[in-house]
Design a protein around this ligand. Structure first.
Ligand SMILES: [Fe+2]
Length: 255
C-alpha cells in the first residue's frame, strides 16, 4: 500500500507561483477554467495560492495592476459560491525588463502578498549577470524570488554567479513539475532542479500551474519525491514553511 507521506507533515501546501486568474495571461481563459484549476490545486493539497499572472511579458494582457485585484476578487467570490476553500493572495510573475523600476515607481507591479518579495522571471535564451538589478532591489528594501531558475541551463556551469545572486538576497523558486519524472520538462531541467535543491540553493517549491491538466499543479508528487531524497523536514520547509515565511515578509530558512 502506498504510504501518503504528506500525512506525516503539518497543514497544507502554500503555493507562491500560479497562473490561476482568468483572462490575464496564458493561464485560464475564463472563470470556469479558473475554477477547474482551483479544484486541481485543492486536490493537490494546496490551501493558499498566490495568483501570479505574467507582467512585462509578451503573454500578458495586463495594462493596469487593478485588473489583477479585480480578477482576484472575482475568483474569491466564485470560489465562495462553489463552496471551495482556497485562500487566494495577489502577486505577479514579472519578466526582467528595463521597464521594471519605472513600473515599480508607479505602483504597477505587485509584490507577493504586498510584501518585500518580487517574483522575477529571467529570459532563458541569454546568459546575464543580474547582480546590478538585485542590488537596485536591495536599495529599495526589496528582494527577488527567481522563478524556476532550473530552466536557465547556463547556471549548471556558472555556480559562482548563482552564489553571488543568493548572497545579494535572491531566493530560488523551483517548479514542482521540474522535480517530477514524466512532466513536460526536459531531463536537463530536472537534473538542474535537483542539483539546486540538493546543494541547498533552493528556497521554495511552487506549482507554476497554468491549467488543471497539461500544466497542472504537481506539488504533492514533488513533495513525496523530496521526502524520499531529503527527508520530511526539508520537504516541509520547501513546500510549506518557507513559502509561508516569504508571504509574511520574513527571511526564508536555508536548507
Ligand atoms: Fe509562471
Amino acid at each position: 500500500m502506498e504510504q501518503d507521506l504528506y500525512n506525516q507533515g503539518p497543514c497544507g501546501f502554500v503555493d507562491i507561483h500560479c497562473h490561476c486568474l482568468p483572462g490575464l495571461d496564458d493561464g485560464p481563459e475564463d472563470m470556469p477554467q479558473a475554477l477547474q484549476l482551483c479544484r486541481a490545486l485543492i486536490a493537490d493539497g494546496i490551501v493558499t495560492v498566490v495568483a501570479t499572472p505574467h507582467m512585462l511579458s509578451p503573454v500578458s494582457d495586463i495594462t493596469d495592476v487593478k485588473h489583477i485585484y479585480t480578477m482576484a476578487d472575482a475568483l474569491r467570490n466564485a470560489l465562495q459560491d462553489e463552496g471551495l476553500e482556497l485562500t487566494v493572495l495577489v502577486g505577479a510573475e514579472v519578466t526582467l525588463s528595463d521597464q521594471i523600476f519605472k513600473w515599480l515607481d508607479k505602483n504597477q507591479l505587485p509584490t507577493l502578498n504586498n510584501g518585500p518579495y518580487l517574483l522575477l522571471e529571467l529570459p532563458s535564451s541569454m546568459v546575464m549577470d543580474i547582480s546590478p538589478v538585485l542590488e537596485q532591489f536591495k536599495e529599495r528594501g526589496m528582494d527577488c524570488i527567481l522563478a524556476h531558475p532550473e530552466r536557465l541551463g547556463y547556471l549548471q556551469n556558472t555556480p559562482g554567479m548563482l552564489r553571488k545572486w543568493t548572497q545579494l538576497g535572491a531566493c530560488l523558486q523551483i517548479s514542482a513539475a521540474s522535480l517530477v519524472t514524466g512532466s513536460r520538462w526536459f531531463s536537463r531541467t530536472r537534473s538542474l532542479a535537483w542539483k539546486l535543491v540538493q546543494e541547498g540553493y533552493a528556497t521554495v517549491v511552487a506549482s507554476d500551474a497554468h491549467d488543471a491538466d497539461v500544466r497542472g499543479p504537481m506539488i504533492r508528487k514533488a513533495f513525496h519525491a523530496l521526502v524520499k531524497r531529503l527527508g520530511l523536514a526539508q520537504a516541509v520547509q520547501l513546500c510549506v514553511e518557507n513559502p509561508k515565511r516569504l508571504l509574511e515578509g520574513d527571511s526564508p530558512v536555508p536548507l
